[in-house]
Design a protein around this ligand. Sequence first.
Ligand code: ZN
Ligand code: ZN
Length: 237
Amino acid sequence: MKYIIDLHTHSIAGGHAYSTFQENVAAAYAKGLSVYGFSEHAPAMPGGPHPYFFENFKVLPDEYKGMRVLKGCEANIIDLEGHFDLDDSVLARMDYVIASMHLPCVTSGTARENTDCLIKVMDNPAVQIIGHPDDSRYPLEYDRLVQAAGEKRVLLEVNNTSLSPKSFRKGGLENVQTYLSLCKEYGVPVIVGTDSHFAPQIGDFTYADKVLKDTDFPEELVVNTSVEKLREYIRGV
Ligand SMILES: [Zn+2]
Ligand SMILES: [Zn+2]
């Protein structure tokens, strides 16, 4: 599979990543991507940027040498009601939003509560992607989650970093296999993201690609292989 889109990347502004926006863009271009997405951690992440960071995206380019550059964020879900650490009005002005649960920002509930929360988040029109729903520290009811993603037309992410042997998330491989098999059964598309915290990781989908191959996951359900497929979820790409 040829991946031409990476929408999950971080920079030094996030507090625990090591490359600049400029380095990220250049690395994405060098990898041959057609669409690069900048999805910085939102303010509740320790060391994360102030909301002004996200309100000043107008200074950044929309493209680089013909490669499309999208500016979004990885918003933190801060409670099981599905609230975020950025106002909806700020989120709505971004090109896209990844919604994620992170340990410093929200305490896990039961699998039912976590799933209800993510389904509620999918109803927020600013959100297009659920980030790394693969962490056993936030158990989920995958059958309900996948069906809701299909109905509400929100993408579940296959996160390359979760599948790395160095990942601190728990149960990644088994959980990804579970939801990929349900996505295949129900015909629900997914997006692959590197979750890069260092520019050379951008566009490197080695671990995710292996799982997609091992589960015989159909290419037509992976949006990263075509800008047209992505456009069905993110307008203005
Ligand atoms: Zn994350
Ligand atoms: Zn991330």
